[in-house]
Design a protein around this ligand. Structure first.
Ligand code: CP
Length: 312
């Protein structure tokens, strides 16, 4: 059992077979996580460095937990407090860390393409934990896992992604992954936050929220980044909330058995009301729970499938 990719840099171009293998393997790891002792020796002897050049709560803790549940040795690196503040380059930083004998690097970086760059100059397996506005593949995978867990499939489901599509790595990974798996994907946001020629991705594009939501199964709501307002891309957060905020009265436009998702962190009262975020149809916390199992699956499969999923 192995993937056809050596690194996980994004979901663009990743095959349906590889995505299915990751999601299926994550089902087994979710079972491991429900055990009294939620730990297996699968990655014993493997050393993983979590290299975070940007802030993170969910992704960082989720990767660290996934690594510990698999019995890997883990080291956490933050750019702040490291020699990056003395001007050390990404390449020199990674070469020095690799000199201490590591196997895998999980990297979050503000620059799109930083994980890909590492694959050209280092030996380790690289996993993208979010790079600039490019991709956040494990978020896309855990979102797909969560949808599939509820509906038993991805094919044919209508998924709407609402918010700042232009600057969202979560949107890109969801779009590539969901389209590969046969879902129908729409995006919706203010015209200033929609990339030009977005239709070429193979998605439907809306700037009217009601039209986008009509008949949808899943709504994935993105965080509105306040710096977009400073950059003149949004008139005000209040106006954004009025036209694109998901409140309870919008939910009647959706299909029966609809699902509300958000990758976090949320701006309650801006892109999503508290009532919606905490409603019975919300899977926002199950997304976080599933993230650990999905990341365990990614780490296990990219490690070359050493060890056994079920080993007790
Ligand atoms: N979803 C997500 O990437 O959250 P963090 O920025 O907290 O990791």
């Amino acid at each position: 059992m192995s993937l056809s990719i050596r690194h996980l840099l994004g979901l663009e171009g990743v095959s349906a077979d590889d995505i299915s293998m990751i999601l299926d393997t994550a089902v087994s790891f979710k079972e491991v996580l429900s055990r009294k002792i939620p730990k297996v020796p699968t990655l014993r002897g493997i050393t993983i460095v979590n290299l975070f050049y940007e802030p993170s709560t969910r992704t960082r803790i989720s990767f660290e937990l996934a690594e510990k549940r698999l019995s890997a040795d883990t080291v956490n690196f933050s750019a702040s407090g490291s020699s990056v503040s003395k001007g050390e380059s990404l390449k020199d930083t990674v070469w020095n860390i690799e000199a201490m004998k590591i196997d895998m690097i999980v990297i979050r970086h503000g620059a799109s393409g930083a994980p890909h760059y590492l694959t050209t100059c280092c030996q380790s397996t690289v996993i993208n934990a979010g790079d600039g506005a490019h991709e956040h593949p494990t978020q896309g995978l855990l979102d797909m896992y969560t949808i599939r867990e509820k509906y038993g499939r991805l094919e044919g489901l209508k998924v709407v992604i609402v918010g700042d599509i232009k600057h969202s790595r979560v949107a890109r990974s969801n779009i590539w992954g969901l389209l590969t798996m046969g879902a129908q994907v729409s995006v919706c946001g203010p015209p200033t936050l929609l990339p030009v020629e977005m239709e070429k991705f193979g998605v439907r594009v809306f700037d009217d929220l009601d039209e986008a939501l009509a008949g949808a199964d899943v709504v994935n709501i993105l965080r509105v980044q306040k710096e977009r307002q400073k950059a003149g891309l949004l008139p005000s957060m209040r106006e954004y909330s009025r036209y694109y905020g998901i409140t309870k009265n919008k939910l009647k436009l959706l299909n029966d058995n609809f699902t509300i998702m958000h990758p976090g962190p949320m701006n309650r009262g801006v892109e999503i009301s508290s009532e919606v975020a905490e409603g019975p149809y919300s899977v926002i916390l199950p997304q976080v729970t599933n993230g650990v199992a999905v990341r365990m699956a990614v780490l296990y499969l990219l490690s070359g499938g050493k060890g056994k999923v079920y080993e007790e």
